[in-house]
Design a protein around this ligand. Sequence first.
Ligand code: S3P
Length: 168
Amino acid sequence: MLVLLVGFMGAGKTSVGGALSRRLGWSFEDLDDRIQQREGRSIPEIFAETGEAGFRRAERASLSEVLAEAAGHRIVALGGGAFIQTENRAAIEKAGATVVFLDGPVEELYRRCEQEPKVRPLRRTEEEFRQLYAQRRPDYLRATHRVDTQGKDVERVATEVACCLGFA
Ligand code: S3P
């Protein structure tokens, strides 16, 4: 079974993925890490050198690789924009992956991003962050499951994700 965690920046995809992986004993990977390894440079460098379009190409290539890999129980956290791309969603559906949307109020997502050291080229002003979130939310809602993260810690969210996957 392949489980993909999606949602906006600051939703906790990476930390929840790690907690879920420990809980279920499944492997965990962050797609952004694979992109950086394949490209041999950081996400901010990819954006600076090739723009968002270059980053999306690299993201699509890494996602295709993940989807083509032999099955097994796996959890993969996608970057906030990956599930928004129509082509990626089609490939995910074709691969039969289960997609979990980690939802939360945009104020909380912004606050979490502020507290993290991760550099996010698409996190600019709070107003732009809100606009991008509003634009993307309908696509996140196409996921198989939605888990609300508001006011919850990582372990609690991981428990809820495990529940909706059928692991009590
Ligand atoms: C992006 C989110 C980032 C990263 C890249 C683009 C986006 O991942 O993939 O900076 O388009 O929302 P996180 O969602 O883990 O921050």
